[in-house]
Design a protein around this ligand. Structure first.
Ligand SMILES: Cc1cc2nc3c(=O)[nH]c(=O)nc-3n(C[C@H](O)[C@H](O)[C@H](O)COP(=O)(O)OP(=O)(O)OC[C@H]3O[C@@H](n4cnc5c(N)ncnc54)[C@H](O)[C@@H]3O)c2cc1C
Length: 133
């Protein structure tokens, strides 16, 4: 259930992507999605560097990933808290968890929010709207 974010996602000219840059608990099933999204973003930045001598995309790499990285961290944390039984929880916290779960299965709005996070947030890159983790 480890969570970790390296910010920035680079050290000098070494760029980090995937699990080397961030770890999420498995509950959201997001680790591979994130690795693919990072790689797509880095690919376009490297393309801009090698094809157009443009360094700004590489300079923006971390900032471009962070919104998605923290959204996925929060979602994975939410799913872990929602779905896992934790014997250390107080009875009050256990009731909050049960109430959250009940809302998820009875409210179309609450389930739509979870579904949106599950299928990935949309991101605009290079003029295209893409599924981004
Ligand atoms: C049981 C399990 C279930 C999972 N289920 C899901 C899921 O349903 N959905 C999801 O999105 N994610 C899932 N994940 C997470 C996902 O697998 C990882 O987040 C993803 O593989 C990270 O990709 P990566 O390329 O960053 O790292 P990795 O896939 O770990 O790739 C790193 C590679 O580097 C190699 N390597 C390491 N050290 C060296 C070295 N010194 N020299 C050369 N090569 C080296 C390794 O052998 C490995 O091939 C799951 C993970 C596990 C363990």
């Amino acid at each position: 259930m480890r969570s970790f974010v390296s910010e920035p996602m680079q050290y000098g000219r070494l760029f980090l992507a995937g699990d080397s840059a961030h770890i999420v608990p498995p509950t959201g099933a997001k680790g591979l999605n994130m690795a693919v999204a990072d790689t797509g973003q880095l690919f376009e930045a490297l393309l801009a560097w090698y094809q157009n001598d443009s360094a700004s995309e590489l300079a923006d790499y971390t900032a471009g990933c962070m919104r998605r990285v923290w959204r996925v961290q929060e979602f994975s944390n939410f799913m872990t808290e929602l779905l896992h039984h934790n014997p250390d929880k107080t009875p009050f916290e256990a009731h909050l968890q049960a109430s959250r779960f009940n809302q998820l299965i009875t409210s179309p709005t609450a389930s739509a929010v979870v579904a949106e996070n599950y299928v990935g947030i949309a991101a605009k890159r290079a003029g295209k709207v893409m599924n981004n983790g």
